[in-house]
Design a protein around this ligand. Structure first.
Ligand code: PRF
Ligand code: ZN
Length: 390
């Protein structure tokens, strides 16, 4: 089941504030969903995710099919019990992950044939198999199996004719997903995915055909696939607000803090991205006043926390009182720099908590601004704060 209740719309942009109710609970939107590919948000315990205010997390059909496999998933009654997360879960269909295998795969009308990157077994992922796997995972939001149209292949930019072939295949797969999802009597919600590359007319055709199929929610796929930033912003400005106003809209795999704020203004309700978690492990940290490179030698003896205004466990310790408000329990930049240099596990655990807290808190501030009718002012302040520099 899925219920989407619009609470407020911003008069100056396409932004909306809503409550999304799923089988495992309610989600306040706009929302960022941390990525938990293998049934874990890398290095973060579920209780920390809850503490940070995560409301829904991602899982991946493709990876969980490879390992631990469906028999284990079935014996646990789904992904929630296996990973000990009892709030909503969204699973991606495998379309994008198979696409990322590059030369290792062969796409046909029926589905995608590929060799398992784990043990070399020959595998065949189809719209039906993706629905069967996601039904076993029992994710609250199931994504259709699609083909993510590449922006370019070895320097050759995808033409309109090529993007059309790919988009139309995804539409036929959407129909097959819907039929199989219904046949399986899956009690959750299936989202269609708009494709069409960088071509407005193809995006509009894809969107219209998916709206005809009447999905309970819609995603925008095929962006953030290596295209120039302007192209991505162009599609973000074009597609989301054309989707039905009474259904949730999810922009897949996006993006930076700036992209999230712009995406909300463009009418997007849900985002996911590996950026906060992956960047944390590489030492790039997000703060109110810009990004911080933890590996830089200038942090070697700095007693300040990552972000003195942050109340996360890394910056404020268990007190939750930020450095700026007199808290002194947080971990210093010097210590985090040291943990990174020594390859200590605690380093990426703390930086991941900070980055996720930053993303989740940013979305909370956006929701509060929408509730208060001050989103325009919020956007201006966000922009000038981030440009200030740390
Ligand atoms: N399709 C699917 N998953 C995705 C994408 C897509 O196009 C993207 C594109 N950024 C990320 N994840 N199924
Ligand atoms: Zn922090």
């Amino acid at each position: 089941m899925l219920n989407f209740e619009l609470l407020k719309t911003d008069p100056d942009s396409h932004a909306r504030r809503a409550t999304l109710t799923l089988n495992h609970g309610k989600v306040q939107t706009p929302i960022f969903m941390p990525v938990g590919t293998y049934g874990t948000v890398k290095g973060v315990m579920p209780r920390s995710l809850e503490e940070m205010g995560a409301q829904i997390i991602l899982g991946n059909t493709f990876h969980l099919w490879m390992r631990p496999g469906l028999d284990v998933m079935q014996s646990f009654g789904g992904l929630h019990q296996f990973e000990k997360w009892d709030k909503p879960i969204l699973t991606d269909s495998g379309g994008f992950q198979v696409w990322s295998l590059g030369a290792m795969r062969k796409i046909s009308e029926e589905g995608v044939k590929f060799a398992s990157p784990v043990n070399g077994d020959k595998l065949f992922l189809t719209p039906e198999v993706s629905m069967q796997i996601q039904t076993i995972l029992n994710s609250d939001i199931v994504m259709q199996f699609d083909e993510c149209t590449p922006y370019d292949t070895k320097g050759h930019i995808t033409t309109e004719a090529e993007a059309r072939v790919s988009m139309e295949l995804s539409l036929r797969w959407a129909k097959r997903c819907q039929a199989e999802f219904t046949r399986l009597q899956n009690p959750n919600a299936l989202f269609g995915i708009v494709q069409g590359g960088m071509y407005e007319n193809l995006r509009e055709e894809s969107l219209a055909a998916l709206v005809d199929m009447d999905f309970p929610g819609y995603a925008i796929g095929g962006v953030s696939v290596g295209e120039p930033k302007e192209e991505m912003l162009h599609i973000m400005g074009h597609t989301p607000h054309r989707l039905p106003a009474n259904k949730p809209r999810y922009l897949m795999g996006v993006g930076t803090p700036e992209d999230l704020v712009q995406g909300v203004a463009d009418g997007v309700d849900m985002f996911d991205c590996v950026m906060p978690t992956r960047n944390a492990r590489n030492g790039t940290l997000f703060t109110r006043f810009g990004d911080l490179k933890m590996r830089n030698a200038r942090h070697k003896s700095d007693p300040q926390p990552i972000d003195p205004s942050c109340t996360c466990h890394a910056c404020a310790g268990t007190s939750g009182v930020s450095w700026n408000d007199g808290g002194r329990e947080g971990f210093s930049r010097a210590y985090l720099h040291h943990l990174d240099r020594c390859g200590e596990m605690l380093g990426p655990m703390l930086t991941t908590i900070h980055n996720l807290h930053y993303y989740l808190n940013l979305m909370r501030e956006i929701r509060e601004a929408l509730d208060a009718g001050t989103f325009t002012e919020f956007r201006a302040r966000f922009k000038s704060d981030r440009a200030r520099g740390v």
